[in-house]
Ligand binder design. Structure first.
Ligand SMILES: [Zn+2]
Length: 272
């Protein structure tokens, strides 16, 4: 990963991005209407390899601490829901059929869940238990997280940052001072610790809801889920998932409308 943020690479990225502009689409056509063109400068194979490595480390550590998939019932439940979504994901992006998907539950009072690039999922027991989530609500969360991976938002975010770094590097040549923010922090835990942009969140919401609907889950669980999240965030313990996935009334209203539109569309959900 380190080579990504070498100055020379960053400077090259600026030239490259200026030459290529927006250049790819990670997912195909969707009923939800997600079809934005994306600029990708970082290679997906290298990013996926790094994510695999980081995921293995997180899983190995959880195993060592005796908190990996210890609640058999919850693990089975989460894996069943995730597998139904994963089975439908190739409808949005055919090549993800070949991904090495993994789904693990870590017993920890953390209110979070995530999916790293390449389909590496973790759900913390805390979010399911403390928010008393229904299967439909779990599907909405997982659909959202899976769609960050299908849309390769981490790769896009890293590419955007590379351009910014490149521009900063050029600025530095002219003696402009700056505070280093670097990709290192982002590379630390890909798709886990750094907030996505609002447009990435909206895409993950919309495509994720379509994925959940295709898999036979009730999309109307989305507004109830995020309302639960917002209510819980008023309490003493801040919700980790909201620090990376901010929520508000507008977002909830958008999901409510989309849920109705999905139900009124021609899309045929699979029977569970
Ligand atoms: Zn998100």
């Amino acid at each position: 990963m380190r080579r990504f943020w070498k100055l020379s690479a960053a400077a090259a990225a600026v030239t490259l991005s200026l030459a290529l502009g927006g250049c790819t689409q990670t997912t195909g056509s969707s009923v939800a209407g997600v079809n934005r063109s994306q600029m990708m400068l970082v290679s997906s194979s290298e990013l996926d390899a790094e994510a695999d490595k980081q995921y293995s480390e997180i899983i190995a550590k959880a195993k060592q601490q005796g908190v990996l998939n210890t609640d058999k019932q919850l693990t089975r439940r989460v894996q069943n829901i995730a597998n139904r979504l994963i089975a439908q994901a190739p409808n949005l992006r055919p090549d993800c059929r070949d991904w090495d998907w993994q789904v693990n539950v870590i017993t920890e009072d953390t209110l979070n869940a995530w999916c790293m690039p390449g389909g590496k999922i973790v759900v913390y027991s805390g979010i399911v238990k403390q928010l008393d989530l229904t299967d439909d609500e779990i599907a909405v969360i997982l659909g959202h997280e899976i769609c960050h991976a299908l849309r390769e938002h981490s790769r896009e975010q890293m590419s955007q940052q590379l351009v910014t770094e490149g521009l900063f590097s050029v600025a530095e040549l002219f003696g402009v001072d700056r505070t280093y923010t670097g990709l290192g922090r982002q590379a630390a835990q890909i798709g886990v610790t750094l907030p996505f942009s609002r447009s990435h969140e909206t895409e993950a919401d919309e495509l994720g809801l379509e994925l959940a609907y295709r898999a036979g889950f009730d999309p109307e669980a989305a507004p109830t889920l995020w309302k639960k999240m917002m209510a819980a965030s008023q309490g003493s313990e801040p919700l980790e998932i909201l620090s990376t996935h901010p929520s508000d009334e507008k977002r909830i209203a958008n999901l409510q409308t989309l849920a109705k539109n999905l139900k009124a569309s021609n899309l045929q959900p699979v029977k569970d």
